[in-house]
Design a protein around this ligand. Structure first.
Ligand code: GDP
Ligand code: IMO
Ligand code: MG
Length: 416
């Protein structure tokens, strides 16, 4: 399985796309269209938000029960990519409804300065309704009568909130019911028992890949709450999100940039100050795939990455965008945090206030000041670039098996 080891946008899409070449099935197990995964091969660029990227390579693409699904996005992606592969969708996944998007937007506006900086795609409100047992699920699309009834019940309450609390426009039952019946007609053929499907595929010896969206530090339970998403991106969640046993997962590949980015609000100890951050943003093209927002940029944070190795059980690391660092003469790497009492720690703080106060302690590594595009394996990297990779391996006690040197599928170095 492939999991984001930082705050998202590590290049999971690219690594999944690469590994999918050897897989039969690619599954997403959490999140929704808040994801934006970029895949570039053969001169084509694709940005996929909802359907697993394996669809591009003719694989079976599975959206598991743990996902929240915006049918409008799925239909658009099916129009674009449906014929390339096979798609199936869990009946237990929850639907993102128009009021989820409206509430996400309105509540962020209300929070003002305290906002989380969500993607405003309705993710939090959809997961909240799921936890409150008020959600509408994909399987409700199978019966027009049930679908309409559930929309009616939900709207009776949601419209009150929208009008009285958020002071925004209510939704019209006929309009929403008509719109969702249209999606239903399109999506019905794809609804399947995805837990059974994946179990059968594994029993038949097929290769199944899990595509994490969001990332460890955005995990609802293990991330930097409240500046997190509303699902569990961590590796163990792949089993619950798809509906298989945890022992079926053989390998956990963590994906990390060779530096760090974060979109949205929240603490970020190794964030770079001033114009040097802008330089990194320009060099790395660090603008959100979904929202186009500027991504905040920082130096590689090994305290946070060590934490990601622990909570996911990462046994291999893919280090992406090493090429972006070619332009810096010196490379600070955060190796410890200085805490409020003045002591230093290798361990990620368990308490929110300690993390807010944490100051990065840097070790300065040498830059290499040359492009990496002629290298065809890790062994061929310039000495300083190889030392950078080996430093990460030593500090984390995890092997870096893939190194990204460009955005194309082919711009990945292996050890051999
Ligand atoms: P994801 O959400 O984790 O799939 O990542 P995104 O697609 O949102 O953002 C990663 C960005 O980095 C995309 O624009 C990729 O094309 C790009 N990218 C991925 N790997 C590399 C790499 O090794 N080098 C460079 N220069 N760009 C990369
Ligand atoms: P991929 O899969 C980066 C961030 C948002 C915000 C917080 C909550 O492309 O790595 P949400 O809309 O989920 O309620 O927003 O999480 N966020 C992401 N940041 N990459 C993502 O996905 C993200 N998905 C959500 O910016 O801070
Ligand atoms: Mg992304």
């Amino acid at each position: 399985m492939v999991v984001g080891a930082q705050w998202g946008d590590e290049g999971k899409g690219k690594i999944v796309d690469l590994l999918a070449q050897e897989a039969d099935v690619v599954c997403r197990y959490q999140g929704g269209p808040n994801a934006g995964h970029t895949i570039i091969f053969g001169g084509e660029t694709h940005k996929i938000r909802q359907i697993p990227t394996g669809i591009l390579s003719g694989k079976v693409a599975v959206l598991g029960a743990g996902c929240v699904v915006d049918p409008e996005v799925v239909v658009a992606e099916l129009d674009a990519y449906g014929e390339r592969g096979t798609f199936c969708l869990s009946g237990n996944a929850h639907l993102i409804m128009p009021w989820h998007v409206a509430i996400d937007q309105a509540s962020e506006r209300r929070l003002g300065k305290l906002q989380i900086g969500t993607t405003r795609r309705g993710i939090g409100p959809a997961y909240a309704d799921k936890a409150s047992r008020l959600g509408i699920r994909v399987q409700d699309l199978l019966d027009p009568k049930i679908l309409r009834q559930k929309i009616e019940v939900a709207l009776a309450e949601k419209n009150l909130w929208l009008e009285r609390v958020y002071e925004t426009e209510p939704f019209d039952l006929e309009t929403v019911a008509g719109q969702y019946e249209g999606y239903a007609q399109r999506l019905r053929p794809y609804v399947a028992d995805t837990s059974l499907y994946v179990d059968t595929a594994l029993r038949e010896g097929k290769r199944v890949l899990f595509e994490g969206a969001q990332a460890t530090l955005l995990d609802l339970d293990h991330g930097t709450y409240p500046f997190v998403t509303s699902s569990n991106p961590v590796a163990a969640s792949a089993a619950t999100g798809v509906g298989i046993g945890p022992r079926r997962i053989d390998h956990v590949v963590g994906v990390s940039k060779a530096y760090v980015t974060r979109v949205g609000e929240g603490p970020f100890p190794s964030e770079i100050a001033g114009s040097e951050q802008e330089r990194m943003r320009e060099l790395g093209g660090e603008y959100g795939t979904v929202t186009g927002r500027e991504r905040r940029c920082g130096w590689l944070d090994l305290v946070a990455l060590r934490y990601a190795v622990r909570v996911n059980g990462i046994d291999q690391l893919a280090l992406t965008k090493l090429d972006v660092l070619s332009h810096f003469a010196e490379l600070p790497v955060c190796v410890r945090y200085r805490t409020r009492d003045g002591s230093e720690t290798h361990d990620f703080p368990a308490h929110q206030s300690d993390f807010h106060a944490a100051e990065p302690v840097y070790e300065l590594l040498e830059g290499w000041n040359e492009p990496l595009d002629t290298c065809s394996s890790v062994a061929e990297l310039p000495d300083a670039a190889r030392s950078y990779v080996e430093f990460v391996e030593r500090e984390l006690e995890v092997e870096v098996t893939l190194v990204g040197t460009g955005a194309e599928r082919s711009s990945v170095l292996t050890r051999a």
